[in-house]
Design a protein around this ligand. Structure first.
Ligand SMILES: *Cc1c(COP(=O)(O)O)cnc(C)c1O
Length: 432
């Protein structure tokens, strides 16, 4: 039985007249899965509802911000109260101070921070700060990490080990791309060699400590610990891009989870509770270089506007409830275990990588730690899984390279339903 999608399809045809590809962010276009994008009109708890009135258990969760699920009552209430008083003043506000205090009081590694309006903006500003602070030009990033659409980070490795980067988007000057060195993940020797050769030119190493934008490439803790040490040895700043992992692996994110103190951390997604918010922060000495205290310029018309701050504050307050992260992680683990034990029982080449409330379906039994260990051919299996799950009322992000999220609003019943559909579809995929 085919779900009706007439209204979504119609809207997509229309949207294509107004927007490139019919969308305002490329992965939404469903290019790597079957069919056309669903137009969602409403979300509630663990479900979203499309224009044709189909409902789906949602594991995309707006790509990560919605750790409390859709239309959370506490967050909604906080936002509505703020809206009553006006949307933006372009001045400091009490709400800004309160959320700043909440974060600094509860995060060992944040002395000071600056709010911005997206994860990309946070990363872009942190990179500028690292360059301004160290007086150095080059940066190191890792293949398989995504840091938003920042010019100097839309870069992949050139040929050969530790060569200068080449841009992955038109419109980025090669001179700029060449200031970015791209290395494989989990390869300490590669980092060590590169630092030895270029350390005096390198401002920072930026990494997603939990790389979750190209599959879920969980790193060895020892790799991250050594990165910290190498950065200290060479006076290179270590930036953790925690736009996904921040506030999700615990209030202190991956830095707290692994007990590693980065020099700077970037945030987005959860910090805004569903509103456009990002932030970067870290050691006071480094943050002291940001304008107006210091010479590194950074500004924003709508930065820390009271509506966004109200949503962010409510979202973060809920995280501080005793046992929040533990119970969400346990719920996710149960979901993952159900599917994994089914797949193992049948001997499928399949595993679910997961940490905290993040999961990713890998169509291999091997551990996947670097970007090039992902077999592009396995994406046809994801495509089938995605398409059949939609038919059964379960929504995954429309790409096999994207992770899924379990929110606090996911009920045990929804997770059991989703798990049993996933197991059935895995049987169909592997019977073919
Ligand atoms: C989503 C993401 C970004 C970009 O954030 P936007 O709000 O989409 O600009 C940057 N870094 C990481 C790790 C992300 O997951």
């Amino acid at each position: 039985m085919k779900l009706k999608r007439d209204k979504s399809n119609q809207l997509f045809q229309e949207a294509k007249q107004y927007f490139p590809g019919g969308v305002n962010s490329p992965v939404r276009a469903f290019k790597s899965v079957h069919g056309a994008p669903l137009f969602i009109k409403r979300g509630d708890g663990d479900r979203i509802y499309d224009e044709d009135d189909n409902s789906y258990i949602d594991f995309c969760c707006s790509w990560g911000p919605l750790i409390h699920g859709h239309n959370n009552e506490y967050i909604r209430h906080a936002v509505l109260q703020a809206v009553d008083k006006g949307l933006s003043f372009g001045t400091p506000t009490r709400q800004g101070v309160e959320i700043g205090k909440l974060i600094v009081d509860n995060h060992r590694y944040i002395d000071k921070l600056r709010f911005v309006c997206s994860g990309t903006e946070a990363v872009m500003s942190a990179i500028r700060l690292a360059r301004g602070f160290t007086g150095r030009k080059k940066i190191i990033k890792f293949d398989g990490c995504y840091h938003g659409h920042v010019d100097s980070l839309l870069v992949k490795a050139g040929s050969g080990l530790a060569t200068f980067g080449v841009s992955t988007s038109a419109g980025i000057p090669e001179e700029l791309a060449q200031e970015t060195l791209v290395l494989p993940l989990n390869d300490l020797a590669g980092v060590e060699e590169t630092l030895k050769a270029h350390a005096d030119d390198i401002a920072c190493i930026i990494i997603e400590p939990v790389p979750a934008n190209n599959g879920l490439l969980l790193q060895d803790t020892s790799f991250l610990v050594w990165l910290r040490k190498l950065c200290d040895d060479h006076k290179v700043l270590l930036i953790f891009d925690e736009v996904i992992s921040g506030f999700r692996l615990g209030f202190e994110g991956a830095a707290g989870y692994y007990n590693i103190e980065p020099d700077l951390i970037t945030f987005g997604k959860i910090i805004g509770g569903g509103m456009p918010v990002g932030a970067f922060g870290g050691k006071a000495e480094i943050m002291g270089h940001v304008a107006p205290d210091g010479p590194v310029y950074q500004a924003g018309t709508l930065s820390a506007n009271p509506i966004a701050m109200a949503a962010g504050m409510a979202s973060l307050e809920l995280l501080l409830k005793e046992g929040f992260h533990e119970s969400l992680a346990a719920k996710t683990q149960g979901f993952v275990d159900t599917i994994q034990s089914h797949a193992d029982g049948k001997g499928y080449e399949f595993s679910i990588q997961s940490i905290a409330s993040i999961f990713w379906f890998a169509f291999t039994k091997n551990r996947v730690v670097t970007a090039d260990q992902i077999d592009p051919n396995s994406m046809s299996k994801f495509k089938q899984l995605h398409g059949e799950l939609l038919e059964r009322g379960i929504y995954l992000g429309p790409s096999g390279y994207e992770v899924g999220f379990v929110s606090a609003a996911h009920t045990e019943e929804s997770l059991a339903t989703a798990a049993s559909h996933i197991c059935e579809i895995l049987d169909r995929i592997h019977a073919a």
